[in-house]
Structures are given as C-alpha cells and as structure tokens.
Unconditional design. Structure first.
Length: 679
C-alpha cells in the first residue's frame, strides 16, 4: 500500500491555521532601500502547507513618520504575501502584529532560522546594497525555473547588485563581496546556487563566502543566477571590510519546470512495458480497481523544451530525461481524461492527489474505474501562486473487473416442472450480461474494440457436463452505442437439438441453460463474481429438463354407432425405455390433426394432455356414419413428437392406429384373438 495517499493511510491533510510567521533573508536593511518581509499563514507547524482561507493581519510598527509598510500596515491575503518596510529616519524596528483574523500565534524566521519575537528586528544602515531588476526597474527577483539561467527564456530578466548611499568607491572596481543565498524556513536547501558575474561562475551556499565582484561605471554588478532545485530563496551581499554596506534581495520562488510522469512496474523500479496502449489492441495494464504504480518526478528546465518561453514544457514526454529538481513540497492534483474509445466517458482515479514532502520523486499506487486508455494530468499550485504541470498520455489499457450475469429461462411446459422436448422451442431465454468495474458500476466504454469478450455462447449443463446442443440462437454481441457495456438478450425459439433424427439420448432432468465465455477474453476478470479458468460457465434462471419425445396412438374398437376414443399419449426416452411423460401437461391436441384415410369418420375434441395422457373423459373421439369397419388413422403432432415408426432411421412419422367399429369390447384382462395392440 503506498504511503502517500491523502486521507487514506499516509500523509493525511486536515487543514487548520497553525500560525503566522515573518520571514526575512537577514536582519540587515538600508535607509536607501525598503526591506522585504514575507508574511505567511501556515497550515502546519513546518509551514509545508499554506492556509487556503483569507487572513487579515495588522502589522507593527504601524505606518507613521518613522516607518512605512507597503502595501499597507493592515493586509488581507491567502497563504502568503510579500511586504516591504521602509525606515524613514534610520530607526531599527521590531516586527510584530497587533491583531489577526483568524487569530493565531506569531513566529519569526531570519535567514531560514527561527528567532524569538524580541529578536525579530531589522538593523538599518545609511549605506547599503540593493538587488535590482534592471529589466523591470524594480527590486524584485521574479520566479525562477529549476536549472534555468535567469537571463534565458521564461521570466528572463537582467539583475544587478547596486550600491546606494555613498557608492562612488565601487565604480569600475572589482570588490570582494561576501555572498550567500538564504533558504526560507519552509524550504530545505542542499545544493549550491550558481551566480555568474562578468563571466565568472560563483557557487553560493548558505554560508557567506567572499568572491571578487565586478562593478561597472554605475556602481552596478550585473549577474545571473541558476538554482537546480525547488524552494524559496533570497540573496545576501556584504562588502568585505566595509561596515554597513550590505543588503539582501526579496524572497523569490524557484519552481520545477514540470512533472515527469511514468507508469512503473509493480515494484516501482522501472517502466512498465504494459503501461501504455495506442489502440484497443494494446496490451492490458490493469483491470478496473487494480493498482498500478504512477511515478512523478519534479524536473529541471532544459534548453529547447519551452519554445514559447511560457514556462510550460512543449512536450511532457521529453521530461523523462531531465534532471531531478529536489526539495519540492506540495500537493499535486491528478486528473484523468479519456482518450479511447473515442467519445467514451472519463472515469475516476482512486487517488485524487499526491503529496511531495521535501523530495523530488514520489511513486503512488492508483487504480482507475473505467475501460479504455487515458491521459493523467498533474498540477500543483506551488507556494500559493506558481503552477507546476505534468502529463502522461495513453495510459492503459484498462478492462472490466467483473461480468455480471442475470436472466431467466421459461420452459415450454411449466406445469409439473420446467420441461422441453428435444427440438421444441424454449418459450423464452433472456439474460443481461454487464461489464462492471470494481465498484459494481457498468463500464460504459466497453465498445469499439475494447469489448474483448466476443466468444459467447449458450449451452446446456447437466451433471457437470456441457451439452452444445442449443440451436436457433440469435446473435449475442455488445452494443456499440446506447447502453454500451451491457448485453440485453432475449430469444423465444431456441431449441435443444436431437443428436440425429432417430438417435435417442438423455433424458437430461434438472439441467440448466448456461452462458459460456472464453476465459482468455475475460482477461482475468471474474465471471459473475467468480474466477474461472478455461471456459467460464454460469447458469441463469431456473433448472429445466430436456428429453427426446414422441407421440403414440393406441388401437381401439367398439360398437358401430359408438364415437370411439383415439388414445393419444406422449412419451419420453429415459435412457433405457420409453415412458409416458409425466412432465407433459401442456401438449395440446386437436381433432383437426387426425388423418383418416377413408375420409368417412367424424372427429371431435380438443384440449391439452395431463401428464402425457387425456384427462378423465377428455380426448379425441371419432364416429363412423357408415357403420362397422376398420379405419386406419394417424395423428399429426408437433414436429418434436414425430418418431421413426417405419424403421427407416428418420424420425419423421406420425403415430397411427386402427379404429374398429362393430366389435363389442371384451374383458380388458383378456387378449382376444386377432386384437392388435399399438402403443
């Protein structure tokens, strides 16, 4: 489990105002230049997070004839604000506040180190050094990009150290100057800052060192700076052996050029070879709900990667080869966007943001809840007002984590249990198959080639064996528009086929209609909540029995003026014998289906059989207007009740019998001479 999922298990962020703080590069000021002071509202004890709600602070000393705060001695801000304080008469002020909303404690940091509030002072001298922005004619060093020279590309400016007060002694001189950079209290700094003056490179650290600095005829020493990491910095200068000639710059930000983003293997040690897909045929990254590892790295600027100098990389993929910008702190929001299928829905990442804590690299376990391929954008508002961006494209492919099946089977006969003869259409087979994500929601992007489960079929399962005997099945396929990700199937003429016309097998009592899927096409997902191997099989609806059936007639005889019953029965093959079908209380009979070779008999009667035979006095009856005689008859049943009565190997014959008029019925327990029995 990753250790940096906000609000879950690692770096949980619950924002409250923890304290206010003043930050100064040093305690040195000059009467000829305003001193910059940064005021922050901090959401934690280390000020790694800034308070995101408005704050109002009244500053001390108040504006008067001695001091002047800019923009004012009462400020409203969010997170942090830059102030300047002029000492109009050279006095040394002690910084404080006289009321805050919301209220909280005050702390003070000078040169990155905390001091007690009684020592939160600025010592103003009559002479000094000023860090000038020559381009903008200001005293502001603007936001820098990690690794970028300050006179190149984004925010390109010309800077100089300029003497104020008695400065004639610096004209056209090479002067020993103690230089260092200061790391703001909320930052951590370990690398040196490169300062170039007059073509000479000077590596500045946190401790002052003496360097020979060239001043020009205007008592200016032009310079460029370049810092490899992220942070809040300021510069300090102090002319060696000349008391009171010193100064510091404003606090400026150095932000990473961008986030290099990559899909890593599960151990997070290298790129995932299955991490990217350019089409629906691309390799599978993960099922929905399965974690993959997303790596984010804050990187330095490289020449040629920001052609329009807007501070945003031209090609985020190229950042993979850039050096890391260390010591980044802040939260990066992660935003997915659907790429494929075209027009598909964008799902949700399980981790909405990642937190950097004084580092340049974070790996996070994250999962996605929709099918397809996506891009993931990262964006961080660094130190309240600068944006760091990243983008990784074609992440995926993602596939469903489960296929849910539900449905019903309505047999042709449901009186004495669900029963169907071989070749008899099942009244209705209907099911719904839905591609689901880990949350049980339909994955609507399961179309346009991402619907990999195409080998689907209906079969019958009996005693653990699959019988691929169903026929007349409508096509089964995933919709490409509308309710994508769900198959809704219904068919009312599916039948269980005979092996051969007169080849008997079965019966298959208490069988089930099942949906059979190719496990490889499921790609490791569950099938109706269960894992499977080889073929994935699951039933839906109630059990149903299938059997080979036939209709039979029995000879009958009686008085010449009697309407004789034509005994009709249905039978099924139980594997060894023909049995009257107790499951059949649905087959309808109709006297119109009687075939009388003579054409003389008069028929009547129509109803349904009960357990394979007539009910009580019901049945088909035939009378002979012409009196006594033998009358061969047959009955045309439904096609699935025909049988091979002529022995030619084809089950295409209706049952037949002979009705004899003019013969009185004898004892049923005696077989009379010449009596013919056909059952």
């Amino acid at each position: 489990m990753p250790n940096n999922i906000p609000g879950i298990c690692g770096r949980e962020v619950i924002e409250v105002l923890n304290h206010y703080r003043f930050e100064l590069a040093d305690n040195k000021g000059s009467s000829c230049a305003a001193k910059e002071v940064t005021l922050k509202a901090c959401a934690d004890v280390n000020c790694d997070l800034l308070y995101s709600q408005p704050s109002t602070v009244n500053l001390v000393p108040v504006n008067s004839g001695n001091y002047r705060w800019s923009p004012d001695d009462s400020v409203t801000f969010i997170g942090q604000t830059s102030l300047t304080l002029d000492s109009l008469r050279g006095a040394d002020p002690e910084l404080a506040t006289s009321g805050e909303n919301p209220s909280s404690q005050l702390r003070c940091f000078i040169g990155g180190k905390e001091v007690n509030l009684g020592s939160c002072k600025i010592k103003y001298e009559s002479d000094g050094l000023v860090f000038k922005n020559i381009t903008d004619d200001s005293e502001t060093i603007v936001t820098q990009l990690s690794g970028k020279p300050s006179d190149t590309g984004f925010n390109s400016k010309t800077y100089a150290i300029e003497a104020c007060g008695n400065s004639d002694t610096l004209k056209n001189q090479i002067v020993d100057v103690e230089l260092n950079y200061n790391c703001a209290s909320s930052s951590n700094c370990s690398n040196t800052l490169l300062l170039i003056n007059n073509g000479n490179e000077h590596q500045l650290g946190l401790t002052p060192r003496t360097f020979p600095i060239q001043f020009d005829a205007d008592s200016r020493a032009a310079f460029t700076i370049q810092y490899p990491d992220a942070g809040e910095l300021s510069l300090s200068a102090d002319i060696t052996n000349r008391s009171g000639i010193a100064g510091s710059s404003n606090t400026f930000k150095v932000r990473p050029f961008g986030f290099a983003m990559n899909i890593l293997n599960d151990s997070g040690t290298s790129s995932n070879l299955n991490g990217y897909a350019n089409s629906a045929n691309g390799s599978l990254l993960k099922l929905t709900g399965e974690d993959f590892v997303l790596g984010l790295r804050t990187v330095q600027w490289v020449d040629g990667e920001d052609s329009n100098d807007d501070g945003i990389p031209d090609n985020f993929a190229a950042l993979e080869n850039n050096n890391t910008a260390e010591h980044f702190s802040g939260s990066a929001l992660l935003t997915p966007l659907n790429i494929l299928p075209s027009g598909g829905a964008t799902g949700t990442l399980s981790v909405p943001s990642v937190l950097f804590s004084d580092e340049g690299k974070v790996n996070v376990g994250v999962n996605y809840d929709e099918v397809g391929t996506i891009s993931i954008a990262a964006q961080s508002t660094y130190l309240s007002d600068t944006n760091v961006q990243g983008l990784v494209q074609n992440v995926g492919r993602f596939a469903p984590s489960n296929f849910a099946l539900s449905g019903s089977v309505e047999a042709a006969c449901n009186v004495n249990g669900a029963f169907n003869y071989f070749e008899q259409p099942i009244s209705e087979v209907s099911f719904s198959l839905t591609a689901l994500n880990q949350n049980g929601s339909r994955t609507t992007n399961y179309y346009d080639g991402f619907n990999k489960l195409t080998s689907l079929g209906l079969q019958v399962e009996h005693d653990g064996n699959l019988l691929n005997r169903l026929e007349n099945i409508n096509s089964i396929g995933w919709p490409q528009s509308g309710a994508t990700g769900q198959i809704t199937f219904s068919d009312n003429d599916i039948a269980f086929s005979r092996l051969g016309s007169a080849t008997q097998d079965g019966a298959y009592i208490d069988a089930a209609v099942v949906l059979v899927a190719d496990q490889a096409q499921i790609e490791g997902a569950n099938f109706n909540g269960l894992s499977c191997s080889g073929q994935c099989v699951d039933d839906f609806g109630d059990s149903i029995s299938f059997a080979y059936g036939r209709a039979t007639l029995i000879n009958n005889y009686g008085a010449a003026d009697e309407a004789l019953l034509l005994p009709l029965r249905t039978q099924y093959w139980d594997g060894n014998n023909w049995r009257i079908n107790k499951y059949d209380s649905c087959t309808a009979y109709d006297h119109d289906n009687v075939n009388d070779e003579s054409g003389e008999l008069v028929s009547s009667g129509e109803e349904s059989l009960s357990e394979g035979a007539y009910r009580n006095s019901d049945g088909i009856r035939l009378s002979s207007p012409n009196g006594a005689g033998n009358y061969p008859v047959s009955y045309t049943p439904d096609a699935w009740l025909l049988w091979d009565w002529d022995g030619d190997g084809e089950a295409d014959n209706p049952p037949n019998a002979t009705l004899t008029y003019g013969v009185y019925r004898g004892n049923d327990n005696i077989i009379y001479k010449r009596e013919q029995i056909n059952n």
